[in-house]
Design a protein around this ligand. Structure first.
Ligand SMILES: [Zn+2]
Length: 208
């Protein structure tokens, strides 16, 4: 993450550490590092809208990913369809309860909470209005949760397991599997487009 030194108005490049003087008004242009070209600041309005829409898309995909059938297994004439919610509830009794809680938290709750916090932070900024009262703690929470959102790892794990299962049973991929794959792409784009420095600066300026 780019760090700012408020007293001197300098910004360190997150990739090569080159110090830059903070631009006076970077609202309508993209500012890049003069040595390695990494983006230091992006135009505000467009960037906020893009990240907000991606966070909203991710939340809608998450609903589809949880409720629609994820996998369909056919073996010896038996047919079984299961959703992520079924998988979470399957471990919800006895000794495997912690597994159920971890599955729900890392794959569904934490990623959803993170996207909701980002959407809550950016919603007023998209319309050039002052941020909501709890926008700063919400954005800080979203940043803290980032390493714990593991929907991508889940998709990767399931894909590896499917290769093994495919030899033993006929496996059909449900709409939720594709929703999860789309979610991984949307989450990656969301993280790529999000300029944390620009958002934090906007929240600071509006709080004054
Ligand atoms: Zn650089």
């Amino acid at each position: 993450m780019a760090c700012t030194i408020a007293e001197t108005g300098l910004v360190a490049c997150p990739r090569c550490d080159l110090l830059h003087r903070e631009p006076d008004r970077a609202e309508n242009c993209t500012v890049s590092c003069s040595r390695c070209g990494v983006v230091l600041a992006t135009p505000r309005a467009g960037a906020f809208t893009r990240v907000f829409v991606l966070a909203l898309t991710a939340m809608i995909l998450m609903v589809a990913a949880v409720y629609f059938p994820f996998l369909e297994l056919q073996v010896a004439g038996l047919n079984n369809r299961t959703s992520v919610l079924d998988a979470i509830l399957a471990f919800s009794s006895g000794l495997l309860l912690p597994l159920s809680v971890a599955l729900a938290a890392f794959i569904v709750l934490i990623p959803s909470l993170r996207f909701a916090a980002v959407a809550y932070t950016l919603w007023p900024l998209v319309f050039d209005r002052p941020p909501f009262q709890y926008a700063r703690p919400a954005f800080r929470l979203a940043e803290r949760l980032r390493p714990w959102a593991m929907a991508e790892i889940f998709v990767l794990g399931v894909s590896v397991a499917l290769v093994k299962v495919a030899g033993m049973a006929s496996v059909g991929l449900g709409p939720a599997f594709w929703a999860f794959c789309a979610l991984v792409v949307v989450a990656a784009l969301h993280d790529n487009f999000m300029c944390r420095r620009t958002i934090l600066k906007s929240l600071e300026q509006n709080a004054q």
